[in-house]
Write a protein that binds this ligand. Sequence first.
Ligand code: ACO
Length: 385
Amino acid sequence: MSAANEPVVIHKGLDNVYVKESKICFIDGEASKLYYRGYSIGELAEYSTFEETAYLLIYGWLPTRAQLDDFVKRLHSHRSLEPGILQMIRSFPATSDPMDVLRTVVSALGVYDPQPATDNAEMRIDKAVRILSQAPSIITAFSRLRDGKDLVPPDFNLSHAANFLQLLTGKSPDQYDAHVMDVALILHAEHEMNASTFSCTVTASTLADMYSIITSGIGTLRGPLHGGANEVALKTVMEVGDPSKAEDYVATALAQKKRIMGFGHRIYKTWDPRYVILKKLGAELASRKGETKLFETAVAIEQSALKHLAGSPIFPNVDSYSGIVFHTLGIPTDLFTPIFAMSRIAGWTAHAIEYLEANRLIRPKAHYVGQTDLPYTPLESRTGR
Ligand code: ACO
């Protein structure tokens, strides 16, 4: 046992600590590169679909036509929610945060699974496929119910992305909108050992079930320094409201030591490649819909921030335009982080399965700097502090 006064190295934030070897994701934060299983994010965004990318992440290879068809069939088979789950969603206050709803309901899915725990990788994948498939149904069911709207049945002819948009709006989605949604899901599906993936890995290392693993990830993704940043970034752009006000906003915020949301990253010290793709899609989407002011305001904020932060390694990240893209698709702001989660389930699953192939319980240490051997004071004799 190390004595409290012995010096130890504390890895605050676990910066540069490696917890496993991995073949899932490679980020070159200096060169603006991101690979899933060796494939560049640019190629996947251009040629793949979310379903295929999820398969790639979870299984480790691009599926054959038969493998993809089978995977899609499995996803489709879970699209409808159990009556007990629907009843639960109906019981939530309309004011609930959709991330709380998703976290609670994903946890509850385990209650409706006769065999939630398993030590078999293929069965774990089965549970993950169920969660992956049901996440869009959960998010959209809550969104429609809180708005007093009827639920929309899942459409088994639509992709994951298009089905999500249809479940949400009740309208058959425009083909380009569905494409943008699909790419956004691909871009959010995986990102190495980020905070939420680490949470999932810690939970997996205890040999907990997939419902617990994914629930851990959702809870961790919820914070504004991680998944919640896109909502705050969009709110900022809306508050700024006009490109002409961007410079003032950025200069004041930075002078007050505030952070510009959608900027900065622990790993990227240059452009986040996902940002590049989302900005392009955001520009196209804004011009197709004839709603360009928000996009132009975001560009003006970005230009001012880059000017003020020049010389620092702080660049736009995935969240600087994802909120604008989702907003332009007609998605309510508080669903952005749940959408991030619904896509990231693929990456969380891949990491949990990979970690369990050579599992070791994750148990770091805390360096104790408190007192010892204090005399116990009876309750009535305590004077408070
Ligand atoms: N705006 C202004 N300054 C910033 C920003 C920012 N967005 N991000 C970091 N900095 C500054 C910090 O103030 C700090 O300055 P200081 O050394 O003078 O105190 C310096 O850069 C280093 O900051 P850290 O917090 O140590 O950097 P870290 O690598 O831990 O930060 C993080 C990463 C948390 C993402 C940070 O950049 C941030 O808060 N960004 C805003 C929130 C955001 O966009 N999050 C989404 C990340 S992507 C994702 O999770 C999907």
